[in-house]
Design a protein around this ligand. Structure first.
Ligand code: UD1
Length: 419
């Protein structure tokens, strides 16, 4: 934890143009996938995020060489030697579990500590483990350490996921890529980031089809080669910027985005009365009218409304003219922004999976604490709209998913600085 804070003088309309960086939730599995081939891969459009640095540290600890050049990261996985991720690196980033499938795929052995819970509540990995077992992996859990081996070649399997888990789908794809059989993943997660990972694996010579649909087919190949790949835009960052325009009554042109990945999010902003104009790789949003409440919004796996956007929408709805209801169906601990938003004058009642947001005519600045990545972003948005000064502490959470959020917002009219 650091003492650095974001200091925001609210009440200024956001207006201008912002480009959206590469997706955190895509770059992490893609970086893990570079391990699959004993060669050099070049990943472009990598955001400068603390979670990305954690991933390169994991790669380095396993014997790979990583070199950054602007937003590209070159990974030389030729000398991959170690199959163990230390507990401290695992603790740094819960999503490091995606390295499991990649290390198993390449070295057939992997040891790492159980990732445990996180800010969002328990983050089980039972679906990852049973999927990998279906591929033939032997997994022993001992004192919080997972010892995994994948003897012989993967000869294919039919795996029915009980839930469309993003991480489990990715781990199974990574572990099944090198082998001799066909693996079918039914009820797979359909998130665009899954399609991105398949795109990279296929660029390396893999044979994955159906990614982005609920059945992913992985045809095992003998080996892969290095590849160059550009990571997709971050749809959650794009939604956060849209939220900044909406909550301040401003307007923004977002560039470098993929509106087709954001249909359910765009629809929520339209329901609030914002004008949203998607082009092929841009979105223009204008929020000139007072915001409408949203009767009920439910988070759901893609293509439903993303849980990662839920705190952002909650912040914006605090300024709507009426009552909105939010139902969180993915993570149990995802209303942590609510008590902090209340410090800014918001009227939110949250119980279990349901939050009721009564719009208020004004928010007022106050010191608040980011309790997780997206809750932190939600507080920044509320701070932009609040009268007076808001300080957001614990911003190391925000740095996990936003590349210089304050610089981006400042460039479009916000009074915000890191102190
Ligand atoms: C990914 C994203 C995260 C996003 C989430 C849901 C990354 C790095 N993170 O996380 O930002 O919020 O998808 O869109 O891509 N579950 C189980 N058992 C398992 C696995 C998951 O019960 O073995 C449950 C989880 O507790 C949760 C739900 O399934 O309730 C969805 O989790 P999952 O899709 O796996 O999320 P992540 O991959 O962890």
């Amino acid at each position: 934890m650091t003492d650095t804070r974001l200091y925001i003088e609210g009440g200024r309309k956001i207006s201008g143009s912002l480009s959206v960086h590469g997706a955190k939730n895509s770059v992490l599995p893609v970086l893990a996938a570079t391990l699959l081939s004993p060669s050099v891969s070049r990943i472009k459009n990598c955001p400068a995020l603390s979670d990305v640095y954690s991933s390169t540290r994991i790669l380095g600890s396993l014997g790979c060489k990583c070199r950054s050049d602007k937003s590209a990261i070159e990974v030389d996985a030729t000398a991959l030697s170690d199959c163990e991720i230390s507990e401290s690196l695992m603790r740094e980033m819960r999503s490091s579990i995606v390295f499991l499938g990649a290390i198993l795929g390449r070295l057939r052995r992997c040891r790492l500590s159980f990732p445990g819970g996180c800010e969002l509540g328990p983050r089980p990995i039972d679906i990852h483990i049973s999927g990998l077992r279906s591929l033939g992996a032997k997994i022993i859990e001992d004192h919080g350490v997972l010892d995994c081996t994948l003897p012989g070649t993967v000869t294919g399997a039919v795996i029915n996921l009980p839930l469309p888990s993003v991480g489990a789908t990715e781990n199974i794809m990574l572990a099944a890529t090198i082998g001799s059989g066909v693996t079918l993943i039914h009820n797979a997660a359909r998130e665009p980031e899954i399609k991105d990972l398949a795109g990279f694996i296929n660029a390396m010579g893999g044979k994955i089809s159906g990614a982005g649909s609920s059945t992913v087919t992985v045809e095992g190949v003998e080996k892969l080669h290095g590849a160059e790949f550009s990571v997709m835009p971050d749809r959650i960052v794009a939604a956060t910027y849209m939220g900044a325009a909406a909550i301040t009554g401003g307007e923004l042109m977002l560039t470098g985005v993929r509106p087709s990945d954001m249909i359910s999010t765009i629809s929520q902003f339209e329901q609030m009365g914002c004008g949203v104009y998607p082009y092929s790789d841009r979105i223009f949003i204008s929020a000139k009218k007072p915001l409408n409440p949203i009767k009920t919004v439910r988070t759901a796996p893609y293509p439903g409304f993303p849980t990662d956007c839920q705190p952002i929408l909650m912040a914006v709805l605090t300024r709507a003219r009426g009552t909105s209801v939010i139902v969180e169906n993915i993570f149990e601990n995802r209303f942590r922004a609510a008590p902090e938003l209340r410090r800014l004058g918001a009227d939110i009642k949250a119980e279990g999976r349901v939050a009721v947001v009564e719009g208020v005519p004004r928010l007022s600045g106050s010191p608040v604490v980011a309790t997780d990545l997206r809750a932190g972003a939600a507080l920044v948005l509320a701070g932009l709209a609040a009268e007076g000064t808001t300080t957001v502490s614990n911003i190391n959470y925000i740095d996990r998913g936003y590349e210089q959020l304050e610089a981006a917002l400042k460039s479009v009219g916000a009074r915000i600085k890191r102190v």
